[in-house]
Ligand binder design. Structure first.
Ligand SMILES: Nc1ncnc2c1ncn2[C@@H]1O[C@H](COP(=O)(O)OP(=O)(O)OP(=O)(O)O)[C@@H](O)[C@H]1O
Length: 351
């Protein structure tokens, strides 16, 4: 067998998703009553794959990600890792799972201990989990990882405290720390959204290199489809709205040929002059800009009060299921499922 051919074992392993969310929901009890932050979603990430989770603030991305990381237990549904339900794992297996999934938060300042130097932050997990034999080896590994995230020369950073670094440098340290335990999945939750644009681009480029070099799976969370396009072009994208997935498919299809009116509206809202994105722009004008409260969700399709395709009696009656609209691409929309994707408007570019 040549090196490029896959053995049956490798093929079988590739077929087992790394992480699965299966009918997962999260309901929070609040003063306003119970709110369904995540409502019956199915998602999976294969080994080495990028899945982007996109949606406006409050759509449930972080809640879904916390469940995927085992940081919160779903109210219903199953979270699987390497084919096993994480909440039925024994203590040991759960520990291994938690080390295999590393979470990189939006705000590195909040996630790094301000009283620890970068060296202390980096070597603590290496020593605690026995990744290396002794402190000397831990320092060597910490130095290698800082180099991997472009903090060079690494020695300059080891003795510093988080407050002595810039936002971009702190986020690089957070990524280096996430790599200490050789994760199989990195959950990057708006990891670049607090950074200035030029720094954001360089941190994204660094993450992209790690994605390509390490073969780690990514659950990449962003409110910005342009960033999903940049980071997840070879992967898949799920679009969330008020706790549900409204569109799912390969990222190029979501960007270049969105089918759900909400995805189309998100693309319309992107201000930057991206030639791929502007091709798909100009299609929808929303009936309302107001996002309904999770405590008082509209009946039927929760997007119906804003949706340009709204049909009385159809859209406000029943919750739409995700249906395959085109091969590999599904959307939860009664009208698109019945009629297909609407034609371009006459004034639309390319019409
Ligand atoms: N612990 C909690 N208790 C009550 N409500 C919560 C809790 N955590 C999240 N929520 C609510 O659940 C909804 C979804 O929040 P979530 O943070 O998952 O959304 P998001 O898409 O990640 O948004 P953002 O980008 O603003 O973080 C929001 O209305 C939020 O206020």
């Amino acid at each position: 067998m040549s090196a490029l051919e896959k053995s049956p074992e490798t093929e079988a392993a590739a077929a087992t998703p790394l992480m699965t969310l299966d009918g997962v929901s999260q309901v929070f009890d609040t003063k306003a009553g119970p709110i369904r932050a995540v409502d019956n979603i199915d998602l999976s990430v294969n080994p080495g794959e990028v899945l982007c989770l996109v949606g406006e603030s409050g759509s449930g991305k972080t809640t879904a990600a916390r469940m995927a990381a085992g940081l919160a237990r779903p109210t219903s549904g199953q979270v699987g890792f390497d084919g096993t339900d994480i909440w039925s794992m024994n203590r040991n297996d759960f520990g291994t799972f938690r080390r295999s999934v590393q979470y990189v938060h939006q705000d590195p300042y909040a996630s790094l201990n301000p009283t620890r130097t970068i060296l202390q932050t980096m070597i603590a997990p290496l020593l605690k989990h026995g990744v290396v034999k002794n402190k000397k080896a831990a320092v060597v590994r910490a130095t290698e990882l800082l180099t991997k995230v472009d903090l060079t020369p690494p020695e300059t950073y080891l003795s510093k405290f988080p407050h002595q670094l810039s936002g971009g440098q702190r986020q690089r340290v957070a990524v280096a720390r996430a790599l200490t335990l050789d994760p199989k999945l990195i959950i990057a939750d708006e990891s670049t959204s607090m950074l200035d644009v030029s720094i954001r681009i360089s941190v994204l480029a660094m993450l992209g290199r790690l994605r390509d070099d390490l073969g780690v799976g990514f659950l990449f969370i962003t409110h910005d489809l342009a960033i999903a396009k940049y980071f997840g072009w070879h992967g898949k994208t799920a679009v969330m709205y008020l706790g549900r997935i409204v569109e799912f498919g390969p990222t190029p299809k979501i960007i270049n040929a969105p089918t759900h009116p909400y995805t189309r509206a998100l693309i319309d809202a992107i201000p930057e002059p991206d030639p791929d994105l502007t091709k798909t722009k100009g299609r929808e004008s929303l009936r309302s800009l107001e996002i309904p409260s999770l405590a008082h969700l509209p009946s039927g399709c929760t997007f119906h009060p804003r949706c340009p395709l709204f049909e009385d009696g159809l859209c406000d009656g029943k919750v739409p299921e995700l249906m395959e609209i085109r091969p590999g691409q599904s959307a939860a929309c009664h009208v698109v499922a019945r009629d297909g994707v609407p034609e371009k408007r006459p004034d639309e570019p390319g019409a």
